[in-house]
Structure formats: C-alpha cells, structure tokens
Design a protein around this ligand. Structure first.
Ligand code: COA
Length: 535
C-alpha cells in the first residue's frame, strides 16, 4: 500500500486565508439550508403542530433507525426561483430497520405541501436514485397535489411521478406510502401506485375529487370521510392495507413493513475501514479562493480515502489528471482527479484507459472536478485533442460501474462532461461551496462575446462601441459568475447537494453504501460494452 504524503502547509498564511474564505461560504450556505428547514415558516409550522401533526423532518426522524445518518438530497431545490427553498418536499436516504431506503416526505407547511415545478423535479431525481441503486421507497404523503397556479409546468411532465412508482415495483423495488393527510386528485395515485399503503384514522384523506368537486361533477352530496377517509379505505375500498391510530403508529407500521421485505444488498460488503491519516478539518484550507491558483487533489484524497492509501496509476503520464485506486469506508474506488485544471490529449487517453480498467474489475469511479476544460490551440487541435477528448467521453458515457462526481473547484466546458457531469448520469453528484460550473469561465465567456461583436461590427464597417463593450463585458461576467455558483446550480437540481468539505468522506461513504444495495458490474469488452474508440 502507498500512503499519500500531503504537502499542504497548514501553518501558512495561504491556508488560513483559504480556510476563512471557505468558512464564509459555508456560513452563507447554512443560511440557505435553514430556509429549507424552516419550510412554510413560523405561522404554518405552528398551525401544523397545533393540529397535532408532525413536520416532515420530524416524521423522518421517527421513521429512521435511532442515531442513523440521513443523507438529505437536493435541499436547495428551487433556490433562486419564486418558490420556497427545498421545494415543499424533503428527500433523502435513510436507514429503516437496517435497510437503506429512499424517503420522500411532502412538507405540508409550504402551500399545503403542493408540488411546484421544482418539487416534481426533486421527486424525479429521488426516484432515479432509488431505481439505479435499488433502494426501497417510502413516501410520507400530505400534499395539496399540483401547485395550481403553475399547473402548466407540472401537469404533463408530472405524470412521471406515478409511472416511476409502478416501474420501481416492476423492477422488484418495494414502494410504501404512509398517508398523513391529504392526498387528493393526482396525489391519490401515490398510494394508488404503491405496493404497501398505511393510512391514519381521521387523518388520511385520499380521493380523486373532494366533496365540492364531486358536487360539481355529479351533484352528489358527500363528506371527506365517506369519500376518502382512512376507515373507509381500510374497510370498503381496500386501498389502505393498514389502519394506523396516529402518526407515530403509522411510522411504526412503516418500519414493520420494511422489516418484512427480506431485503438484502447485492453488492460486495465493505472491507475493514481505517480513517485517513490526515485531519478532515484541514479540507477547509485546500482550495484557493477564486480558483486562480492550482491545488493538488492528492491533498484532498489524503483526507478522504481510507488510511490515506492511494495506488496511483500512470503518475508520470498526463500529469494534470491524477488517477489511482483507493477505498472509502471500505468500498473500493477508482479515482480521477484534475490537477492544474486543463485536460490534454495524454490526460484524456489516460482517463479512457483507466475507466476501462475500473470496468474490468467492477470498481466504482469517483470523479473530483477541478477543470477548465480540454486544451485549445493549433498544436493541440493538430495533435487530435477532439478525438482524445471524445475517447474519454465515450469511456465515461458507456462505463457501467457506478460513478460518483464531486465538484470541488472549476468544472467548465466539455471537461465537465468528460469528468462525468450531471448529463452523464453519475449515481450521485455533490459540490463543495468552492465549486463553479459553466460552459467556460465568466471572463473568457465575456471576452469571446466581445471578440465576436467587434469582428461583426468591423465586417459591417462600423466603429466599435468601446464603452458599450466594457458595460456588456461587466454585465455578462457578473451574470455568468452568479449562474456558475453551487447554490444556483443546486437550486436547479444540477447536483444532489452542496456539502461541507469536512463531510466529504461521510457523504461518499453513505453514497457508496447505498450504491452497493445493487450489484456492481462493469461494462464488458464483448461488443456490448463501449462505443468505437476513435484512435
Ligand atoms: N396549489 C397552490 N397553492 C395551494 C394548493 C395548491 N394545490 N393547496 C393549498 N395551497 C395554498 C393555499 O392557498 C394556502 O395559501 P395561503 O396561506 O397563502 O392562503 C396555503 O397553501 C395553505 O393552504 P390551506 O388550505 O390553508 O392549508 P390546509 O392545511 O388547511 O389545507 C389542503 C391543505 C391541501 C387540504 C387544501 O389547501 C386543499 O384542499 N388544497 C387544494 C387541493 C386540490 O384540490 N388540489 C388539486 C390538485 S390536482
């Protein structure tokens, strides 16, 4: 085994400066996370409690095993939109009776728990994670259905919510609905499509149309209880499999259902775990503020991987991409980590080879992003940078082992794709507060626009408006900078969350453990594996 020796000078002024900058970003992040936890705010939270009901997060806390971790996903969904941060639903992976489950809990304090466009996207993402990683799904339902003012954006795509539930079931992944309150209209299909349904006496209300709608449609006089009450569904319609006395009883029954699933993981068990030799706390001071100065990703790995042990592959070739083998919480990983930012032909070829090796040995891959993209320029184009980059993207796209991506610094241009960005379906993608992602850096983007505009005006024989150009550049730079930040990207569901660097090892361990609920198998080299590699 080869232990990494970190060269990070934790006594230096740079380290202290980078650490302070990271702590400031974490404080801002905390403020945004607090908004998600606050949900609908004091008024609606108090009203909810006064009704004798638990909040979404309180329900989750009672559902999961005592003192077990909960990996919350997409907590900033909807950030930067008109909707409440968190998008009126809490999703995450929690352990119930020893089984890692996907938990999806409506937050009834935010507009009655209704689903807006970001809610729907957040639940789609949770379903995808459940399907790929074979996680049983627990829906804690209390929702006013579609957010009616934005129905045009959710009604048609939102049908996937119910389709996903039955597809999970068809894939042998159990789905459980615990209904705490309203589950009206389309929402009625959440229990309707689930394998197991628990309802609560005098609390759950599940109907396609409430009394006013029924009156409008058919003239029939009815009431909530006879139309969709829990007792009715348990005794007459048969939609409720279990009738609970109250919320804690419903959560208890939910746990019993999971206990009876006879669930077993399919992936290999982890090896014995040893902690890194360096302090995770020091991860705060690794990334330079503003990303102008390069940093060594081995300083990150030394504080994340088991025993700081890392067997580097091709350390002398294509040195701006570090590749090698390690373990995180006992799970083997192949690591691809950018160093010094740029991907050249050598790095691309090295990555393609390394990804194939990981597939050959069924080893999950971990991508640590800090790249400004593939190298441009005459020599590099003539040297085949396009086909070499394509080779790396081919390998990433067709690799079948699970991928986890972590954006720690820059993730620009096609480099974001080659390093398994969101569109390349990593099983999980998290970002540090220092991460930035866009088609290119803000200055470069503004500069390109300026050059293009200048050439166009010269071609028209007009004088170029220099003042206008400066204003345009400043505006574009500010806009792209704001759109590159992790809170913005997280708000749009382009990652699964922004994490504290000090939690990296824990978060990766939870992801890898969840991933191993499914089997782990690489692509094969029998024609069913990779696309044609352009040499
Ligand atoms: N879309 C948009 N906003 C909604 C909403 C929906 N589907 N359901 C509730 N809200 C809003 C309410 O207008 C209210 O806003 P306000 O406080 O700013 O006035 C807030 O959410 C809380 O609703 P309220 O009715 O006070 O809460 P409640 O806990 O007493 O009742 C419901 C919650 C869900 C039972 C009730 O609001 C309801 O029946 N909503 C409509 C359900 C429906 O028919 N949906 C059709 C979906 S296809």
């Amino acid at each position: 085994m080869t232990a990494l020796r970190s060269t990070l000078d934790t006594a230096s002024a740079e380290f202290a400066g980078y650490r302070d900058a990271m702590l400031a970003k974490l404080a801002e992040l905390e403020t945004e996370h607090a908004k998600a936890v606050e949900g609908g705010g004091e008024k609606y939270t108090t009203r909810h409690h006064q009704r004798g009901k638990l909040l979404a997060r309180e329900r989750i806390e009672l559902l999961v095993d005592e003192d077990s971790p909960f990996l919350e996903l997409s907590p900033l969904a909807g950030w930067g939109s008109d909707f409440t941060v968190g998008a009126s639903v809490v999703t995450g992976i929690g352990v119930v009776e020893g089984v890692e489950c996907m938990i999806i809990a409506n937050d009834p304090t935010v507009r009655g728990g209704s689903s807006n466009p970001w809610t729907v996207r957040k639940i789609f993402r949770a379903s995808d994670i459940a399907l790929e990683n074979r996680l049983p799904v627990l829906n804690l339902v209390e929702s006013g259905g579609a957010d009616l003012p934005t129905q045009k954006e959710i009604f048609i795509p939102g049908g996937r919510l119910f389709r996903d539930l039955t597809r999970l079931s068809a894939a042998g992944i159990p789905t459980i609905a615990l209904v705490f309150g309203n589950s009206t209209a389309g929402g009625a299909y959440v229990p309707g499509m689930s394998d197991h349904v628990v309802m609560i006496e005098e609390r759950s209300k599940v109907f396609l149309g409430g009394p006013p709608l029924v009156k409008m449609a058919t003239g029939e006089e009815s009431d909530d209880e006879s139309l969709g009450g829990a007792a009715m569904h348990a005794r007459s319609s048969g939609l409720a499999d279990y009738l609970a006395r109250d919320e804690p009883d419903a959560l208890r029954i939910g746990r019993r259902i999971v206990a009876r699933l006879n669930w077993a993981k399919r992936g290999p068990a982890p090896a014995p775990v040893s902690p890194p030799r360096y302090d995770e706390e020091e991860l705060l001071g690794v990334v330079p503020d503003g990303l102008k100065v390069p940093f060594d990703p081995r300083d990150v790995l030394a504080r994340v991987v088991d025993g700081s042990e890392f067997d580097e592959f091709k350390p002398l070739y294509g040195t701006s991409l570090v590749t090698g083998w390690a373990r995180v919480h006992g799970y083997p990983v192949g690591v691809l980590a950018n160093a010094r930012g740029i991907l050249f032909s050598e790095e691309s070829q090295k990555a393609a080879q390394f990804i194939q090796l990981a597939n050959q040995t069924n080893t999950p891959l971990l991508f640590l992003h800090n790249t400004t993209g593939y190298m441009v320029g005459k020599d590099y184009e003539q040297g085949g940078i396009i086909k070499h980059g394509a080779m790396m993207i081919n390998a990433v796209s067709n690799s079948k082992v699970p991928h986890v991506s972590l954006l720690i610094g820059a993730s620009y241009g096609a480099g974001h794709y080659g390093m398994c960005g969101r569109a390349y379906d990593p099983r999980f993608l998290f970002a540090w507060p220092s991460a930035k992602s866009a088609v290119m850096g803000p200055q470069q983007l503004a500069g390109v626009l300026s050059i293009v505009a200048r050439a166009a005006s010269e071609a028209r024989g007009q004088a170029y408006d220099e003042d206008g150009d400066a204003a345009m550049r400043a505006a574009v730079e500010a806009q792209v900078e704001a759109e590159s930040l992790p809170t913005f990207l997280s708000g749009r569901l382009y990652d699964d969350g922004v994490i504290d660097p000090r939690d990296t090892r824990t978060v990766l361990g939870l992801c890898l453990s969840a991933i191993h609920t499914n089997s782990v198998e690489g692509a094969r080299f029998d024609g069913t594996g990779f696309g044609v590699f352009r040499m």
